[in-house]
Design a protein around this ligand. Structure first.
Ligand SMILES: [Zn+2]
Length: 340
């Protein structure tokens, strides 16, 4: 029988072999990838992956589309909403993505978009990075396969949010919550309040027919502890957000819609076009999209939220008052968008 020492040695040998295999596989995949593109071009040729995005400039929607490459977004939760969100941002050419999730891909996920049956058993962040890198090698990826709510991981999570930007040491530009439970939302909320980090919340109801997104600017708009959005919007008991042992329903449609309105809001926020929504709900039963804005609650339980509110008030008081002159907009009947 082999001794423990011999077995340890064998494990080490096998580990090294695995690393070699992985490196070989990566090199093979790299050879299949298109080369990285240094500068986004607006040239209209079939081989340019950015021509349709750069056309947003020509259409007068975005001033400087290429700026998207300077931004870093953290996606927490790479499930039904998070994975599609990450894919959209990757295809749009975001600078860097940080992905956080501790789950594995399962066949029970196949009613949603993004993951494929052959990825079952892989960690969601690993499978996602692999697919996304293949779609757009220009994007930088950083993945963390852990639960952000445990103490050590939470500290590490905070550190990566505040230092994991495109330029190491700089904070990320935006954190997106795509998680499915109250505890993880509260952890993101706590971290962002402490860091003064702007973030967006998203959620889909357990019965799969409603969802929402929300922009949270610490100190300025209501944080998740000031008023949990799902509870406020749908007037449902917070405990029904995710009940233990209850198999939640999910639809690729609702998840896709929520990911779509989330990333739309991200693009509008980062590239400065259109109106950024503070809260946008989606009720699939009635096709109803409620919007609203909620101010931060001075009695919020989170002390960092209250501190951020004080700072925001101070900043607002110091800001020179600009007189707003309202000009009534003339109604012009433009040619419609369909060119008819
Ligand atoms: Zn608050």
């Amino acid at each position: 029988m082999a001794t423990v020492e011999e077995l340890k040695l064998r494990v080490r040998e096998l580990e090294n072999e695995l690393i070699k295999c992985k490196q070989k596989q990566c090199a093979m995949e790299d050879a299949l990838h298109r080369p990285k593109i240094d500068k986004m071009s607006a040239e209209v040729v079939d081989s340019n992956p950015y021509s349709r995005l750069m056309a947003l400039k020509r259409m007068g929607i975005v001033d400087d589309y290429e700026k998207i490459r300077t931004y870093t977004v953290a996606v927490v939760g790479v499930g039904g909403v998070g994975s599609v969100t990450a894919e959209m941002l990757t295809r749009c050419g975001i600078g860097k993505l940080l992905l956080f999730d501790y789950d594995k891909v399962e066949l029970a996920n196949m009613n949603r978009l993004f993951f494929q049956p052959h990825q079952a058993g892989l960690s969601k962040v690993e499978a996602a990075e692999h697919t996304l890198r293949n779609i757009n090698p220009d994007v930088s990826f950083e993945t963390h396969n852990y639960n952000i709510t445990t103490m050590d991981n939470f500290t590490h999570f905070m550190d990566r949010i505040s230092r994991g930007g495109l330029e190491e040491g700089m904070p990320v530009d935006l954190v997106l919550s795509c998680v499915d439970n109250f505890e993880a939302r509260m952890a993101i909320n706590t971290a962002c309040n402490e860091l003064g980090q702007i973030w967006m919340e998203s959620g889909v109801s357990e019965n799969a027919v409603s969802g929402h997104i929300q922009l949270i600017i610490p100190g300025e708009t209501a944080c998740f502890a000031c008023a949990p959005p799902l509870v406020v919007a749908a007037n449902i008991d917070e405990k029904t957000l995710k009940r233990e042992g209850v198999c939640a329903a999910s639809l690729p449609t609702t998840m896709g819609v929520v990911a779509g309105i989330l990333v739309q809001n991200v693009l509008k926020y980062l590239l400065k076009f259109g109106t950024v929504s503070y809260y946008l709900g989606y009720n699939a039963m009635q096709d109803f999209f409620p919007t609203m804005a909620m101010k931060a609650n001075p009695q919020c339980n989170d002390r960092h939220c209250r501190k951020q509110q004080e700072e925001y008030k101070k900043k607002e008081a110091e800001r020179p008052k600009v007189e707003v002159i309202e000009v009534e907009e003339e109604v012009v009947h433009e040619d419609n968008e369909w060119g008819e």
